[in-house]
Design a protein around this ligand. Structure first.
Ligand code: AMP
Length: 308
């Protein structure tokens, strides 16, 4: 059974440390600088030195804490020392997260020629099989589609894998990917390092930890689930029939900013986007029933402020 060793530095984190102080090599420190990362975040300060020592890690960190950098930098440094194709696998619950993680790997690893591949549902299996045949260094995947490839794509296996990351493990398990996770753990290399990141430590996450990690170090920057420190949150208590009206009022009051509006159903995202477009706002919807190409197009349109 895995035992927890608390990171001895965790109680007194020095916040003015540099990436170099953590043991990150020059070429990756420069990559951080180019991304505008002046100093490591708390979870990076806790995780990176321990990861560079070759330990398994449980990272309890909130979204937006810089946890992607916390696992990507040690993996890239390992890759620099021992170059190998199909070196690391990052499992994540959603397609959007997979693309965001891949962007960070590409940005941090651009000067060292790292190739990453995103393997998620909603995209043609055949073209993904061709990408996998080129043997990228890092694969970022959602569990279901990865299993499809492990079972059906000839010549593809992860027996030589050196790093496994389970990102947002609580969400992976809440989405009923438990069986997929078990299958993946059975067919990948046992001789690997494993990082498990989760916002909450549920019973299911603990079970996964026991199945996948060896003598892990626990790195926690928040003991309970919480939102980013500087986030301002407001709550308006109104009859639901006036919700649209208040929404439009708030958008007009804050005109000139970009907004993200979360809705409870796919239908509702489309209804709200239509309503706003009819009122002259540039609005697009994004939901799970769209194909990946349409979702990506929506995001590109949104970031380019193109009229839909
Ligand atoms: P994550 O929690 O990994 O999703 O990261 C949230 C955001 O923080 C991303 O946009 C990162 O590019 C950014 N980020 C990560 N590490 C740092 C850092 N050390 N300094 C400034 N920004 C960072």
């Amino acid at each position: 059974m895995a035992t927890h060793v608390e990171n001895p530095e965790s109680s007194e984190i020095e916040i003015d440390k540099t990436f170099r102080d953590l043991g990150v090599v020059d070429v990756l420190c420069e990559a951080c600088e180019q991304l505008g990362w002046k100093q490591p975040t708390k979870i990076q300060i806790e995780t990176i030195p321990v990861a560079l020592q070759g330990r398994d890690i449980i990272g309890l960190a909130e979204t937006g804490s810089g946890k992607t950098g916390a696992f990507a930098l040690p993996i890239l440094q390992g890759l620099l020392e021992n170059p190998q194709r199909l070196y690391a696998l990052v499992l994540t619950p959603t397609r959007e997260l997979a693309f965001q993680i891949s962007e960070q790997f590409e940005a941090l690893g651009s000067s060292i020629g790292v190739k990453s591949a995103v393997i998620v549902g909603g995209i043609d299996m055949m073209s993904q099989a061709l990408t996998l045949a080129k043997k990228p260094h890092v694969i970022i995947a959602t569990p279901g589609r990865l299993i499809d490839h492990l079972e059906n794509t000839k010549g593809f296996n992860l027996k030589a894998l050196k790093y496994l990351v389970m990102d947002e493990a609580d969400r992976i398990l809440n989405m009923d990917f438990e069986t997929e996770m078990d299958k993946i753990l059975k067919v990948i290399s046992r001789d690997r390092r494993t990082f498990l990141f989760s916002a909450t430590m549920t019973k299911k996450v603990q079970k996964l930890e026991r199945a996948a990690l060896k003598d892990p170090v626990k790195c926690a920057v928040s003991s309970k689930y919480q939102t980013v420190e500087k986030l301002q949150q407001f709550y308006i208590f109104i009859p639901s029939k006036f919700k649209d009206c208040y929404l439009v009022y708030v958008l007009n009051e804050l005109a000139g900013n970009s907004f993200m509006i979360f809705c409870s159903t796919c239908n509702n995202t489309q209804r709200v986007a239509l309503l706003l477009r009819n009122l002259g706002f540039t609005a697009i919807s994004l939901h799970g029933q769209m194909s990946q190409s349409r979702s990506t197009l929506s995001l590109v349109s949104a970031s380019g402020h193109r009229k839909w």
